[in-house]
Design a protein around this ligand. Structure first.
Ligand SMILES: Nc1ncnc2c1ncn2[C@@H]1O[C@H](COP(=O)(O)OP(=O)(O)O)[C@@H](O)[C@H]1O
Ligand SMILES: Nc1ncnc2c1ncn2[C@H]1C[C@H](O)[C@@H](COP(=O)(O)O)O1
Length: 225
């Protein structure tokens, strides 16, 4: 019996991994997809035509970047829908609007009219049938120092040049955002409690927690019967 069956997790489950930049979402996505034998849905960073430019000039590129991310996430959402689920997703669409677009608007690096255009497009897309909420959102949390250390260690040049205040602001926003998030069940994991790199077997503990939350979720149980 594999881990997914052992902990009663369905093969059409959609689990999204949320958390601030560098906290370990991609690493977790890969580890869980392997352990549960589910597909992955990643946000592509290397082929993003706006990301580098955006980090050099937020005000000039923030709208373009948000529209690009929205289009990419919509395509991924459609792909997951067409497969009938069975995915681990690296970052939720809820973070684009709830964290990034909002932060740039409130900090003055996205204009009001651009923000309104973006949010109306977002609302129209997210209310479509391609957007059922995921079965579970796993929120990865770490201290600010741990996260900054990981951003440094990963070494993406555009992120190294970004002032530390940007990551601090994002961290604070994430804490508020997750405390108010209610679109689907949430499992919070502290990154100091596991180490997927040095201790591969720690993934089973996480799968067990996922099974517990999913099997207590009404929506999940209802669609099972
Ligand atoms: N469990 C972990 N223990 C130690 N380092 C980790 C762990 N998960 C991720 N990392 C490291 O932290 C950095 C950021 O991880 P990544 O998965 O790319 O984050 P994200 O997708 O959230 O931006 C990478 O250098 C990665 O190797
Ligand atoms: N919606 C977004 N707006 C601005 N920047 C974003 C958005 N989504 C992702 N990003 C950035 C943050 C990182 O530099 C890369 C990849 O994110 P990561 O958390 O490392 O997977 O894209």
């Amino acid at each position: 019996m594999n881990l997914r069956e052992k902990y009663g997790i369905r093969n059409d489950a959609v689990i999204t991994i949320a958390g601030t930049v560098g906290v370990g979402k991609s690493t977790m996505t890969n580890a869980l997809a392997d352990a549960l034998n589910l597909r992955t849905s990643f946000e592509k960073v290397d082929t993003n035509p706006y990301l580098d430019k955006f980090y050099q000039d937020f005000a000039r590129w923030s709208f373009h970047l948000q529209i690009y991310f929205l289009a990419e996430r919509f395509k991924e959402q459609k792909r997951m829908f067409e497969y009938g689920g069975g995915f681990i997703q690296d970052r939720s669409i809820y973070e684009d609007t709830g964290i990034f677009a909002k932060m740039h608007y409130e900090k003055g690096t996205m204009s009001e009219v651009d923000y309104e255009t973006y949010t109306s497009l977002f609302d129209a897309m997210v209310m479509s049938p391609y957007f059922p909420a995921p079965d579970l959102l796993i929120y990865l949390e770490g201290t600010f120092d741990e996260v900054v250390e990981r951003i440094k260690e990963r070494g993406r040049p555009m992120e190294q040049q970004t002032p530390i205040e940007y990551w601090k602001e994002m961290n604070t926003r994430y804490e508020n955002w997750i405390n108010n998030f209610n679109a689907c069940p949430v499992l919070r994991l502290s990154i100091s409690e596991y180490d997927l790199i040095k201790n591969e077997s720690s993934v089973e503990e996480i799968v067990k927690k996922i099974g517990n939350v999913l099997n207590h979720s009404q929506k999940y149980m209802k669609s099972r019967s």
